[in-house]
Design a protein around this ligand. Structure first.
Ligand SMILES: NC(=O)c1ccc[n+]([C@@H]2O[C@H](COP(=O)([O-])OP(=O)(O)OC[C@H]3O[C@@H](n4cnc5c(N)ncnc54)[C@H](OP(=O)(O)O)[C@@H]3O)[C@@H](O)[C@H]2O)c1
Length: 215
């Protein structure tokens, strides 16, 4: 039996890249997935590629009525949600001096507004113990040329995870156990573990952290 047997997942931005790979894996592990993307043709192709255990719902996460339609579609099947993977995101990069209002609004609308409302609108449908996964980026903490606006949107997502973890803003779901994962943090954590495990290969032996007096 798969690790996600009988579970229901919503994955936004899942017609390509990380979202599609996650959808394929979740279905392989037994979940039914609802996937989204703006382009119908790519959505249809993704649904065909996954093959079974998948429902495609066309929509733009920056458009709140599209998000309403997504969750109405889930509800109409009589299902509730075990995993919300707010993954849809958009990258566009401009140096300071070339940033336009359109660039700013587009990135904040998709990456920040879209992520926040993907999670908020899912709340009434979440099962106890549901997982909320947000796709972050190393750009949230690192200065990178031309990543002014993109980095800021991902910094907002990083903060969403911390605020969600407190749990007090959502009284209707208090008492539920949420597993919150910021993909960025997971990657850092794995890199940290890897570096620890392999430190002797890359670094000279570290001095002992604690010298106990000889007895
Ligand atoms: N690739 C990287 O190196 C990288 C690094 C760090 C973080 N990330 C983050 O990882 C996430 C996924 O990135 P990726 O590289 O896997 O992306 P990708 O291969 O470009 O795929 C993006 C997916 O999101 C959909 N999408 C884009 N805007 C959308 C919107 N407004 N509403 C609904 N769906 C939308 C796209 O379909 P449509 O275009 O048809 O809507 C597509 O299915 C993003 O949040 C990105 O910021 C990526």
């Amino acid at each position: 039996m798969g690790k996600l047997q009988g579970k229901v997942a919503v994955i936004t931005g899942a017609t390509a890249g990380i979202g599609l790979a996650a959808a394929e894996l979740f279905v392989k592990e037994g979940a039914h997935v609802f996937i989204t993307g703006r382009r119908q043709k790519e959505l249809d192709a993704a649904v065909r590629a996954i093959g079974h255990g998948v429902t495609g719902v066309q929509g733009d996460v920056a458009n709140l009525s599209d998000l309403d339609r997504l969750y109405e579609t889930v509800q109409a099947t009589g299902r509730r949600i075990d995993i919300v993977f707010a993954n849809a995101g958009f990258g566009e990069f401009r140096a300071l001096g070339e940033i336009t209002e359109e660039h700013f609004d587009k990135l904040f609308d998709i990456n920040v507004k879209g992520t926040l409302f993907t999670v908020q609108k899912a709340l009434p449908l979440l099962n106890a113990g549901a997982s909320i996964i947000l796709t972050g980026s190393v750009a949230s903490i690192k200065g990178t040329p031309a990543f002014w606006v993109y980095g800021a949107t991902k910094a907002a997502i990083r903060n969403f995870v911390r605020t969600l973890a407190i749990g007090v803003d959502f009284p209707n779901v208090l008492g539920y156990l949420f597993r919150l994962t910021n993909l960025l943090d997971v990657l850092y954590f794995l890199a940290f573990l890897y570096a620890l495990e392999n430190s002797s290969r890359f670094l000279p032996p570290l001095p002992p952290l604690l010298h106990l007096p000889a007895s």
